[in-house]
Design a protein around this ligand. Structure first.
Ligand SMILES: NC(=O)c1ccc[n+]([C@@H]2O[C@H](COP(=O)([O-])OP(=O)(O)OC[C@H]3O[C@@H](n4cnc5c(N)ncnc54)[C@H](O)[C@@H]3O)[C@@H](O)[C@H]2O)c1
Length: 260
């Protein structure tokens, strides 16, 4: 996973739970794909399947948006795209800075998915003087000396940290002091921030460790099934197979990046 840590209550002030907020981008991605295919309406079941979410949970989530769909017709795709985008604050452009333009920072800078979702990479910042002025993804890298001026001049409120872990807190402190109030942290370290600053942490190695845990559990279940087969014959094995088919993965319908 990624553990996300936000300095917000579990239910936001407008009454939308954080878990619902975390699923809104999944719905939006599925709805955007439908919109691109000019699909006008979608049922909760179809959309739930496309987003990888349980359909009852989806209906509950949409009720927080005041969107109930029309019986027999479903949800209006374009209107839902608009509603969710508005709820997520994506109807406005968000300038973002990326700090630490090494392997990961450069890959993030080159990722086209930010701009298409309303996140404009306003600046790339790195402490290495040798990198200053060199273009990455068509944007010249700027030195950390300019960090405060960049944040101020571009009205940046979201910063992405892709520096080594040892530099992350210091970078975070500078970003926050300069006015950044949301941080996406890729460095493997826990950041301290004042109240009012949201931090989300992405850690692919933690995701892999969680998958390893489930692989280990699956291997244990298979061994148990073989043992059941040997002990009780085919009917018990069929029952065991049926049970495992109905078991759901623990996080099958949640995104990798979850609120804490
Ligand atoms: N979250 C994940 O899933 C994930 C995946 C890969 C890497 N990482 C982490 O991302 C970070 C970057 O990894 P990488 O492979 O790109 O490393 P890298 O060494 O290629 O790049 C790090 C960059 O940060 C710059 N830097 C160092 N100190 C700085 C500072 N104080 N201010 C600004 N820039 C500074 C360096 O000059 C360098 O360009 C590491 O912390 C790594 O552990 C996380």
């Amino acid at each position: 996973m990624a553990t996300g840590r936000t300095h917000r209550p579990a239910t936001r002030s407008r009454g939308i739970p954080e878990a619902t907020v975390a699923r809104l981008p999944l719905y939006l991605r599925a709805l955007t794909a439908l919109s691109e295919r000019s699909v006008p309406t979608v049922s909760s079941e179809e959309l739930a399947a496309a987003a990888g979410v349980n359909s009852a949970k989806l209906r509950k989530d949409f009720s927080y948006l005041g969107s109930y769909g029309t019986r027999g017709v479903g949800y209006d795709v374009e209107y839902l795209v608009y509603q969710i985008s508005r709820e997520l604050g994506l109807t406005q452009d968000w300038p973002v800075v990326i700090v630490g333009i090494g392997n990961l920072g450069a890959a993030l800078a080159n990722y086209g998915g930010f701009a298409s979702r309303g996140f404009r990479v306003a600046a790339l910042i790195d402490a290495d003087p040798a990198m200053a002025g060199k273009p990455v993804a068509g944007i010249p890298v700027q030195h950390t000396d300019e960090l405060e001026a960049i944040i101020r001049d571009n009205g940046v409120s979201i910063g992405v940290i892709a520096t080594p872990a040892g530099a992350a807190q210091q970078v975070c402190d500078r970003l926050v002091a300069a006015g950044v109030t949301s941080i996406l942290n890729f460095a493997p370290t826990v950041l301290s921030v004042p109240d009012g600053v949201d931090v989300r942490k992405v850690d692919l190695s933690i995701e892999l460790q969680i998958l390893a845990f489930h692989e280990q559990r699956k291997a244990g279940e298979e061994a148990a099934e073989v043992a059941a087969q040997a002990a009780a014959g085919a009917p018990a094995a069929a029952a065991a197979r049926e049970k495992s088919a109905t078991d759901q993965g623990p996080d099958g319908d949640v995104p990798a990046v979850m609120p804490a």
